[in-house]
Design a protein around this ligand. Structure first.
Ligand SMILES: [Zn+2]
Length: 439
């Protein structure tokens, strides 16, 4: 490590108490997506104490704060997720919620970065600016999805996940490169990064009977069988999957959710359309009405090689190359950093330090230094690499990405088109019945 890198890491070490307090406070106050008001208030106050001017989302939790070097150059986004999981079985759940995915550690690390960047000399030799962003609502499964779907219907949000919603609100319009560090588990390494991960969309389905003789549970059963059978059609693609589940069947009303997980958005669309036909068939056969809310979820996460290489070097500087595991492994799970990676060069790094697997009932931060301080150091040293020497590296990565990324407006329009609410309509013409889905 050179002198500047050592200095930045030392600033993080100086901020250890601040980071530890944030990790503990947010851990003890787990909140679900778009309900993270306590976390928002706590982080906002801490950022303001450090001298930041915070721009709030307003009607939903979340904010950003910029720090400028005073010299023109790219803007690097460092972001942390605030939401917890609905997981009453977790050992440390509070009101049924728990930070079983370690997002509280991301917030603590971001605060550490905020502290370090305010120290004398931190921005010396850099150009451009850094945007620090606390983002709500990342989780899709084990969360408050019905509430978020309702927020879409009420027009409070356009999208049910925080990063794409913040993109929609223009909070990333002037960002050039983005980074986040998730928490994970690992004994033989301290940092890990995968090649990328799937995009996941959700379909929320309600069947209600049209007559006293029709039965919504039969419609749900038919739909489940149809979707499970449909899976075989796409089984030759190892990266595609669909997971139907019945959420509720009560008083004649049946509710289902289907998640469609894919590496390619085109295939995801094709599977979604096939599921629509199965659902229509189930509604028609059982004389039930189908209400369908499609939720675009998150896009696939794609890591640009140049950015991966740069961050791998940074991680090796911090912990040694033998403690860094960058691999081509493709993760079948989803992350809403995927949306960001479709429009910007972006990286979703993982820092170890969790006690066991994320989303498990025993997850907690076992090692603050590995989970939070290492994360803050990796973010700071990445910013330094990207923005030093007149942002030579940053500009190379931006130019490379420009040849294949999707423009933000185009991507948002594509995602928005998926987000729709439809209902079946039965029509009879010349004795022939037809059933269609209408917005
Ligand atoms: Zn997570």
């Amino acid at each position: 490590m050179d002198q500047k890198q050592t200095l930045l890491c030392e600033f993080v070490n100086q901020g250890r108490d601040l980071i530890a307090a944030a990790e503990k406070t947010i851990w003890e106050n787990p909140e679900l997506g778009f309900e993270e008001w306590k976390t928002h208030a706590y982080l906002k106050a801490e950022f303001e104490k450090l001298g930041y001017q915070v721009v709030e989302a307003g009607n939903i939790p979340g904010f950003y704060a910029d720090i400028d070097t005073g010299k023109p150059g790219p803007k690097v986004l460092l972001t942390a997720e605030m939401d917890a999981l609905l997981q009453p079985t977790h050992k440390h759940s509070v009101g049924g919620n728990a930070h079983a995915c370690g997002h509280h550690a991301q917030c603590a690390a971001l605060l550490g970065v905020a502290y370090a960047l305010q120290q004398p000399g931190a921005l010396d030799g850099l150009c451009g600016s850094v945007r620090l962003m606390a983002v709500p609502s990342e989780e899709l499964s084990s969360s408050n999805m019905p509430r978020r779907n309702q927020m879409v219907r009420e027009g409070i949000i356009r999208f049910t996940q925080g990063k794409v919603e913040f993109m929609h609100r223009g909070f990333m319009d002037d960002v050039d490169i983005a980074m986040m560090v998730h928490t994970t588990l690992g004994k033989d390494h301290d940092f890990r990064c995968d090649g990328g991960c799937n995009g996941i969309m959700y379909k929320s389905i309600v069947f209600t009977p049209n007559s006293p003789k029709s039965n919504a549970l039969q419609a749900a059963t038919l739909a489940m069988n149809g979707i499970n059978t449909l899976w075989a059609t796409f089984a030759d693609n190892p990266y595609a999957s669909m997971w139907p589940r019945v959420d509720l069947s009560l008083k004649g009303r049946s509710e289902l959710t289907v998640s469609v997980s894919c590496k390619e958005l085109d295939l995801q669309k094709k599977i979604s359309q096939s599921i629509d036909r199965v659902l229509l068939g189930a509604a028609a056969a059982t004389d039930t009405t189908l209400e369908l809310q499609d939720n675009p979820g998150c896009g696939p996460l794609l890591h640009p090689k140049m950015l991966l290489d740069l961050v791998a070097d940074v991680c090796a500087d911090i912990v040694g190359s033998d403690r860094v595991k960058f691999r081509s492994y493709w993760n079948r799970g989803g992350a809403d950093m995927g949306d960001v990676s479709q429009v910007l060069p972006a990286i979703h790094l993982n820092a170890c330090g969790g006690s066991c697997g994320v989303h498990s009932d025993n997850f907690y931060i076992a090692d603050l230094d590995r989970a939070c301080l290492n994360s803050a150091k990796a973010q700071l040293l990445t910013v330094q690499r990207l923005l030093e020497n007149d942002a030579q590296k940053g500009k190379e990565i931006i130019a490379d990405f420009a040849t294949r990324g999707t423009p933000m407006a185009e991507y948002l329009a594509q995602r928005g088109a998926i987000s729709q609410i439809r209902k079946t309509e039965l029509t009879e013409e010349d004795g022939a019945l037809s059933i269609v889905l209408k917005a």
